[in-house]
Design a binder for this molecule. Sequence first.
Ligand code: FAD
Ligand code: NAD
Ligand code: FES
Length: 279
Amino acid sequence: MPKIIKRKQLAPKIVHIDIQAPDVARTVQPGQFVILRLHEQGERIPLTVADFSRQAGTISIIFQEVGKTTIDLGAMKEQDNIHNLLGPLGQPTHIAKLGTVVCVGGGVGTASMHPITRAFKEAGNKVISIIGGRNKEFIIWEKEIGAISDQLIITTDDGSYGVKGLVTKPLEEMIRRQEKIDLVVAIGPVIMMKAVSHLTKSCGIKTMVSLNPIMLDGTGMCGVCRVSVNNETKFACFHGPDFDGHLVDFDLLMKRLGTYKTEEKISIEKCERCENASH
Ligand code: FAD
Ligand code: NAD
Ligand code: FES
C-alpha cells in the first residue's frame, strides 16, 4: 500500500504529503495526476503530482481540505497507508522551447504548476512566474517556484505581501507594456483560469489551462469529467487535463462542478471530523 512518508502543513487547510509510490514516481511527467482512495468504500479523488523523486520513489501532493475525502486525507499521519493510488493519469503537458513562458498559479494551483514551470525552464525558455493567494499566509512554494523561474511576481488579494490584487493584474500590465510572451500557462480556480484566458485572447497569446472537473474512473471510460472545448466534448482525464484556454467553455465547467453540492454538503454534515475541521 502507498505509505505517507512526510506530512507538512503549508497554510490553513493546505497540506503537503510525500507518498511512497515507486511505480508512479518512475514514469510520471509534468501535468499528470493520480487518483487515490483512502479506504475500500472511499471516494476516488484526483490530485496533481506536484513533485517527484525517481530515485527515492516518492511523489509530492499538495491539497486543500474542501470536503470529506480531502479532510480525511489531511488528518492522516506519516507512516499511514493510502488504500490505493492509480497513476500517472492524463496527458503530460506539451513542453517545448518557445521563448518566454508566463506561468500563473492561483492558490493551491501553484503547486500543480511547479513541475510544468521546471520543465519549461529546463527546455531553455525564459520563465516568468506569477503566484497569487488570498493573503500572505496562502502563498505557497515561493522558494521552490522562485528557484526555477527567471522572474517571480507574487500577488495577494489584500496586499499583505507582494503586489496587491489578483494574479491577472501583473499579467495585464505586462500585456499593456507589450512585453513579448509566447505562452501563458494558468492553473488555479476555474474563475481565475477563465479570467486569464479572457485577457490573453484579446491579444492572441496562446494560453494553456489545466481543467479540474469532477472525475470518477480517470481513464476515459465513464464520461463524468466531460468538458466542452471548441464546442466538442472532451474527457479531461484522458484528452487533458491541459487544454487551450481560448476554446474552453468555463461556464459549463463551473456549472458541472456544482452538480453534487447537496450530496457533498450531506457528506460533510455526516462526518464528525469534517465538522470539527470546519470550526
Ligand atoms: P467534495 O465533497 O467532493 O467537494 C467539496 C467541494 O470541492 C465542493 O464545493 C466541490 O464543488 C469542490 N470540488 C469537488 N471536486 C472538485 C474538483 N475536481 N475540482 C475543484 N473543486 C472540486 N485539488 C487540490 O487541492 N490539489 C490538487 O493537486 C488537485 N489536483 C487536481 C487535479 C485534477 C486533474 C482534478 C480533476 C482535480 C484536482 N483537484 C486538486 C481537486 C480535488 O480533486 C477536489 O478538491 C477533491 O476531489 C474534493 O474531494 P472532497 O471529497 O474532499 O470534496
Ligand atoms: P483562491 O480562491 O484563494 O484564489 C487563488 C488566487 O487565484 C487568488 O489569490 C487570485 O490571485 C486568483 N483569482 C481568484 N479569482 C480570480 C478571478 N476572478 N480573476 C483573476 N484571478 C483570480 O484559490 P484556492 O482556494 O487556493 O483554490 C484553488 C483552486 O484551484 C481550487 O478550485 C482547486 O480545485 C483548483 N486546483 C486546480 C488544479 C488543477 O489541476 N486544475 C490543481 C489544484 C487546485
Ligand atoms: Fe471517467 Fe474521465 S473520469 S471519463
